[in-house]
Design a protein around this ligand. Structure first.
Ligand code: ADP
Ligand code: MG
Length: 402
């Protein structure tokens, strides 16, 4: 009621100047008339003509504007001017897109919609392997769809919301016919909450090696199945033939690579690196998905970490300790998102930049309480029809047998 007219007025009154200062206006040559032989009458002095702006259309949390480009203009200077618009209009964010030729659409977000806790989802029926984990900046649900992007990397400083996001994922996947296995080498404190729903949980590195070897066995078995039936992926198989999807969740990646210098620990770290990479490389077509969370993912952590990162197409960057960490997560897929990730503050726990290939958005996960986790574990048991290759191993449930 108050914000809209105020913002609309501000946009209208500043547009001419803003357009001029950011090189969005074009200058029309002044009129010239020649009378007689040499009397030249010049019209008005050079006047920048701002591009035509539509009336601001109110949206759920801001306004959108349409701009008609002058002939000869491209949308590029508008993309570059987005931050100038934010300041001139005193709004939270401005995003510029060009959905049609000759037209630019400016999306203005008045206030940060990601403050405050994300309310619990009413959870509409979701497609297999697709989970509503929170809310994105425009108020829409934040859907992580493993069918579309099979593997994910989640990074952030301690206490930035990584484990909470994993919890939201597990919560969404729990009711689905999906196998879940966890690796949580910080003593299993986070994924242990969901122990009852997981088909297996590794809480130290020896268990992780054994669990990952089991997963690679499973992948081999699925490959053979595809080969025998002449299919290129498990998704081409008939419903009753298709093995159940399997999601491998790893919290605190760096713990898998820590060594105390001993021969054995080096070997284990090496094995973990190789096995994780294999799962990522081979898993996607075979219904095996990998979700990795860690503070940073550089070559300094351990062997083959950068190769692993390259396989993880989906990226979620929470607040980072330093610039390099955000750069490592987003730099190779979406360099222009790095700045936004760096601007996440300490009290914005759960807020993250989500990038998949060419696109990125800001989003906030939904917090899953310990009580809720206990409830999930109580009502859903792991599916028992699969994971032949995982069952006999010595890592069952919190490593009781280890
Ligand atoms: N989406 C969220 N909304 C609100 N608070 C959150 C959210 N995610 C995390 N938090 C808060 O941040 C704390 C740390 O989150 P956590 O996921 O354990 O961080 P990390 O695993 O990165 O160390 C949580 O205890 C919770 O209080
Ligand atoms: Mg954590």
């Amino acid at each position: 009621m108050v914000g809209y007219p105020e913002t609309a007025l501000r946009i209208w009154t500043t547009w001419r100047r803003l357009a001029h200062l950011n090189g969005l206006s074009v200058s029309t040559a002044p009129d010239r008339r020649v009378f007689g032989r040499d009397l030249v009458v010049q019209g008005q002095a050079l006047r920048p003509k701002p591009p035509r702006l539509s009336w601001p259309v109110p949206t759920r949390n801001g306004v959108t504007l349409r701009v008609l480009l002058h002939p000869g203009q491209t949308p590029a200077p508008y993309f570059a001017a987005a931050s100038a618009m934010e300041h001139a209009w005193r709004v939270h964010g401005v995003r510029v897109t060009s959905p049609r030729r000759g037209q630019v659409v400016i999306h203005v977000t008045a206030r940060d919609p990601l403050t405050g806790d994300v309310p619990s989802a009413s959870t509409p029926a979701q497609a297999l392997l697709s989970v509503d984990v929170g809310r994105i900046e425009d108020g829409e649900p934040w859907i992580i769809d493993l069918r579309r992007v099979p593997h994910w990397l989640i990074t952030g400083a301690t206490q930035s919301g990584k484990s909470s996001l994993l919890a939201a994922l597990v919560r969404g996947l729990a009711p689905q016919p999906v196998g879940l296995v966890g690796i949580d080498c910080k003593g299993g404190m986070e994924l242990g909450l969901f122990g009852g729903r997981l088909s297996a949980l590794a809480i130290d590195r020896a268990q992780a090696v054994s669990l990952l070897s089991g997963v690679v066995e499973e992948i081999r078995a699925r490959m053979q199945l595809c080969r025998e039936t002449g299919k290129r992926s498990v998704w081409e198989l008939a419903n009753d033939q298709r093995p159940m999807p399997l999601v491998v969740i790893v919290d605190e990646l760096a713990e898998l690579y820590l060594t105390d210098g001993s021969r054995q620990s080096k070997d284990e770290a090496e094995q973990c690196g190789t096995l994780l990479l294999r799962v990522a490389q081979l898993g996607a077509a075979l219904g095996v998905h990998l979700i990795v969370a860690g503070q940073r993912v550089g070559s300094d952590i351990g062997p083959r970490v950068t190769a692993l990162r390259a396989q993880l197409g989906g990226r979620v960057a929470h607040r980072a300790h330093d610039e390099a960490s955000a750069e490592m997560t987003l730099g190779d897929v979406n360099p222009d998102a790095v700045v936004t990730a760096q601007n996440i503050t300490e009290d914005e726990q759960g807020v993250a930049v989500v990038a998949t290939g060419g696109r990125w958005v800001r989003a906030r996960s939904r917090l899953v309480s310990a009580a809720e986790a206990a409830e999930i574990t109580r009502i859903s048991a792991p599916p028992n029809s699969l994971l032949k290759n995982l069952e006999p191993a010595a890592f069952k449930k919190g490593g009781a047998a280890a």
